[in-house]
Design a protein around this ligand. Structure first.
Ligand code: AMP
Ligand code: MG
Length: 357
């Protein structure tokens, strides 16, 4: 069923409207510091059903419960381990989701039948104000169509969910641009289920020993026998329509692949990477005057990982808009925020050409 979608700036009126919609079992898209979320009141079966329907999300992929500062976790989490308290103190509000034993107020629809629940306290002022002002815990997956890159602007949400959501609150582009780190605190040793802006290094510094879900460590084109602990991580994500090849080969090699590609009819070629990487490749191509038709998608300076993270999902969407049929992407170093960047970039790729293993 198609409904009218209102794209609204954030105001006391639009926040009040959002709260009213939540109480009526409706859904609302809103900005967080990570990506835009598609929210519903966590206690509304109707709202939860609408989230899955609007996104086309598989029902075994559970939702994250979002809370505001001062809100009690009573009934949401069944138990709050000591290590979780340390992380809350240090990283909440912020881009960190924690997995707890599920509390008795959590509907089975939220957790996809699991006996654990994911909870996060976002730091974006609009998300905070929204949750605070309606006083309700809000379940919110990313506000994209399932399988597409997560939305980092209100425009991205509109592209995917126009006619499916009554209200989108526009809070400008998201500062982090990648989904939250997920860390499971139900076991002996905390385990990272999804890398994000709160990095492994930061968690280790706060807690000591931290492990990474082997399915994440193995990264991407998951071997069939490694089942990730976050159900959502098993799905291929973000993939552009064209072929995306992530590579750490030198610029000269990439330039020669492109020269070969250009001999093929109908190929629309692109490059996605840092400004420096794009310049190096274009310099090689310029020597032979074969730099005319390459679409360059610049993620920012290589050193500025935050900028690169924030630009990535928009870049993948632009690759489709431009109709690219084949792209090369830069392999970034998998350390600090680079781990989360490469987790998403590799998930979007169809091929890897790596010298270094
Ligand atoms: P999204 O909100 O779209 O970023 O997706 C939420 C992510 O959290 C998905 O990858 C889910 O599989 C994961 N998730 C939610 N609840 C749980 C849980 N109880 N245990 C493990 N992963 C979870
Ligand atoms: Mg998502």
């Amino acid at each position: 069923m198609m409904i009218e979608t209102v794209l609204s700036p954030v105001s006391p009126e639009s926040l009040a409207m959002a709260g009213k919609l939540f109480r009526e079992g409706q859904i609302v898209a809103f900005p967080t510091e990570t990506v835009y979320g598609l929210g519903a009141w966590a206690m509304s079966r109707e709202g939860i059903r609408r989230i899955y329907e609007a996104k086309g999300r598989p029902s075994d992929n559970p939702l994250i419960v979002h809370v505001a500062p001062g809100m009690s976790l009573e009934g949401l989490a069944g138990e709050i381990p000591e290590k979780a308290k340390i992380l809350m103190e240090k990283f909440w509000p912020g881009p960190l989701t924690m997995i707890f034993p599920k509390g008795d107020r959590i509907l089975p629809e939220v957790t996809g039948g699991l006996d654990t629940v994911a909870i996060r306290m976002p730091s974006h002022p609009v998300a905070m104000k929204l949750i605070e002002s309606c006083g309700l815990p809000i379940v919110a997956p990313s506000a994209n169509t399932s399988g597409r890159p997560s939305p980092t602007t209100a425009q991205h949400v509109l592209e995917d969910l126009s006619g499916k959501v009554p209200l989108i609150l526009d809070g400008g582009p998201c500062s982090v641009g990648l989904e939250s780190t997920i860390v499971d605190l139900t076991g002996e040793v905390p385990m990272i289920l999804r890398p994000g802006a709160i990095t492994e290094e930061m968690l280790q510094e706060a807690l000591g020993e931290v492990t990474v879900d082997p399915a994440v460590a193995a990264a991407v084109s998951l071997a069939k026998d490694i089942k990730p602990k976050a159900p959502g991580m098993k799905y291929r994500h973000y993939a552009p329509k064209g072929r995306l090849i992530i590579t750490d080969y030198p610029a000269g090699d990439i330039a020669s692949w492109i020269r070969e590609d250009e001999k093929l009819p109908g190929e629309k070629l692109g490059l996605i990477g840092s400004s420096e990487w794009l310049d190096e490749i274009m310099n090689h191509l310029a020597e032979s005057h074969e730099d005319q038709n390459i679409c360059r998608i610049d993620l920012g300076k290589r050193e500025d990982k935050q900028q690169i993270a924030a630009a990535l999902f928009d870049a993948l969407r632009r690759a489709d808009e431009t109709g690219l049929t084949k792209m090369y992407g830069e392999a970034f170093a998998r350390e600090d925020l680079g781990e989360a960047i490469m987790n998403r970039f590799l998930k979007a790729s169809s091929e890897r050409r790596f010298i270094k293993r």
